[in-house]
Design a binder for this molecule. Sequence first.
Ligand code: MRU
Length: 356
Amino acid sequence: MNTKAYDSIKPIIWKNDALELLDQRLLPAEHTYITLTDVKSVAQAITDMVVRGAPAIGITAAYGIVIAAKQRFSESPDNWKQAIETDLEILARSRPTAVNLFWAIDLMRELIKDLAVEDPIATLLTVARQIHEDDIAANVKMGELGAQLITEPCAVLTHCNAGALATGGYGTALGVIRSAFAQNKIRHVYADETRPWLQGARLTAWEMVHDDIPVSLLVEGAAAHMIKTSQNTENPIRWIIVGSDRIAANGDVANKIGTYALAVLARHHDIKFMVVAPTTTIDMNIAGGDDIPIEQRSTKEVLGFGSLEVAAKGAKAINPAFDVTPAELVDAIVTEKGVVFNPDLAKMKALMTNVG
Ligand code: MRU
């Protein structure tokens, strides 16, 4: 495998004073970038899933704030710091669950407060770029740490897309898979298709094929069967490896709807459950998973398939985009600052004291 192949997957690019986002709604059929030059379009792109995945949403918001600052500063150099507050609020309303969004907004807000330089835009852009680069570096580190936990060659199962596309690059769960595959520890990847947006079928499978990592798709309902029946084969599923949108102070993990079911399955079948997420995904202000806001998306996404209406007319639907896995079902949370085994409040606090 070309270990640098992931470098060619770039969901977010800053170019010519504008933000370019790879339109993930069109993948894998089309590889098209859209160019954004105003903050409302950036927020809309997050809501509409042009860009998705917790770290990628945070990075996009940081660049969105650069765009907003440029506009506000050119309109009113004396009043731009107050005026930009409206833009920060627009960004904060784009999606509720991924805490990386709020982390990036808060960081940029604090920076703006104390900014007293001639060219504030250059400073803000430097910080946005740093957030982007730090995320890639964190992913590579988590890749190393997570791969160390896999001790014998096996198959793994992942859910949604926690890859290069969901981050600045390399990926969280897929970063671990990339690293472990390069060390011959992973023989096969099973990827849940992930209804209703099909992040597994469209994005994870695309990333794996791109890197020549053998991947098989399955519908979520097939996971239990595959885990059970793979155990006595040469490629037993030994790990479920996922990302996260927000981790509470006690180690409860919010991630794509369906993740909780996988954690229950892992415990039942005595296989391991690994969550891979940078410390920017940890929210020490939320005591436990029950307080994590769960995004409810349009029921049209469930009643239909893309633009096709498939459900019986008159049927209602529910569409929670995320669920919460209790900490007691998590074997390891892998961050760039270290691994937390069997997470609880004390261990999460200890980890976060190392975070600057
Ligand atoms: O709705 P999405 O596609 O934004 O959901 C993404 C996920 O749930 C990912 O698993 C999570 O953000 C971790 S990404 C590294």
